[in-house]
Design a protein around this ligand. Structure first.
Ligand SMILES: Nc1ncnc2c1ncn2[C@@H]1O[C@H](COP(=O)(O)OP(=O)(O)OP(=O)(O)O)[C@@H](O)[C@H]1O
Ligand SMILES: [Mg+2]
Length: 178
């Protein structure tokens, strides 16, 4: 049961990105995830743009208290916010999980579908399927996913039409303990 679920997940289309210079760090993280310092979890209800954004804002406050550099903090806030809005705007709702480690943060979003038919197309700047309500609120420029990529040290988007979407990214607190 567990094994087949894993196989099916691996067979789903995905988009992966690792920023130049982070290849070794990301591989090391994936092979031996260190002990988490803090874990957060926020529900993101469908089309609720008052709640969407709260998770990234609370995460930002938490990291600020932990002393994360303000430039890095901004990148984390932007990437988390865009991803949160995407779950509210384009899916039936989902959950944001933030895991803080000694030198990086891992943020993960899992939603209830309906998934993305063409991941490469979704990653293209300017591509959007946002409906009228979402556009009236000022979203729908098709720049959220490219912006998440730009602000992350690594990201992975996994989805399939009719399925759930999973998006995750890593951002290192470079310089935090120097
Ligand atoms: N969680 C998701 N579930 C389903 N489709 C998604 C999801 N996230 C993104 N998409 C699809 O990818 C497209 C591009 O997303 P992106 O965030 O780049 O732009 P946008 O949300 O349409 O506009 P913007 O982010 O600029 O307000 C979306 O229009 C949508 O079709
Ligand atoms: Mg978006």
């Amino acid at each position: 049961m567990r094994v087949s679920a894993v196989v099916r997940f691996r067979e789903m289309p995905e988009y992966c990105y690792v920023a130049e210079g982070f290849e070794d760090a990301v591989r090391q993280f994936e092979e031996h995830a260190p002990l988490a310092e803090v874990k957060t979890e926020f529900a993101i209800p469908e089309k609720d743009f008052n709640t969407a954004g709260k998770g990234s804002s609370e995460l930002k406050n938490l990291l600020k208290r932990l002393g994360v550099d303000s430039v890095v903090l901004r990148r984390i806030a932007v990437a988390s916010y865009e991803a949160e809005i995407n779950v509210a705007a384009h899916s039936k709702g989902g959950i944001m999980y933030g895991t803080v480690y000694d030198d990086l943060i891992h943020v993960r979003f899992e939603d209830e579908g309906p998934g993305i038919a063409n991941i490469e197309q979704a990653m293209t700047p300017g591509f959007s399927t946002a409906d009228d309500l979402v556009r009236e609120l000022g979203f729908g420029a098709g720049l959220g996913l490219p912006n998440i990529k730009k602000n992350s040290d690594a990201m992975r988007l996994v989805s399939v039409a009719g399925g759930r979407t999973k998006l995750e990214f890593l951002i290192y607190f470079a310089g935090r303990f120097e």
